[in-house]
Design a protein around this ligand. Structure first.
Ligand SMILES: [Zn+2]
Length: 73
């Protein structure tokens, strides 16, 4: 899984910045939101999927996953 730091959203439980994780599947990116240890609390939750056909690159998938999380808060 490829992790990148979210630009603005913090963990609700511990206040540390969250990370967006993308794991490749045959036709989609699987999204995870991760509060990384040891600074964070280790919580992780699923963020759904992004179809490979819906984005041009992994970077675009990451930005879309970031916006999804921002929109929830
Ligand atoms: Zn946390």
């Amino acid at each position: 899984m490829i992790l990148s730091r979210h630009p603005e959203v913090d963990c609700r439980d511990c206040g540390e910045r969250l990370y967006v994780g993308l794991s490749p599947e045959p036709s989609c990116w699987k999204v995870h939101y991760v509060c990384r240890l040891p600074d964070g609390c280790g919580r992780e939750r699923r963020g759904g999927r992004i179809a490979v056909s819906a984005v041009d690159s992994r970077d675009e998938a990451r930005r879309l996953a970031e916006r999804r999380l921002s929109a929830e808060r």
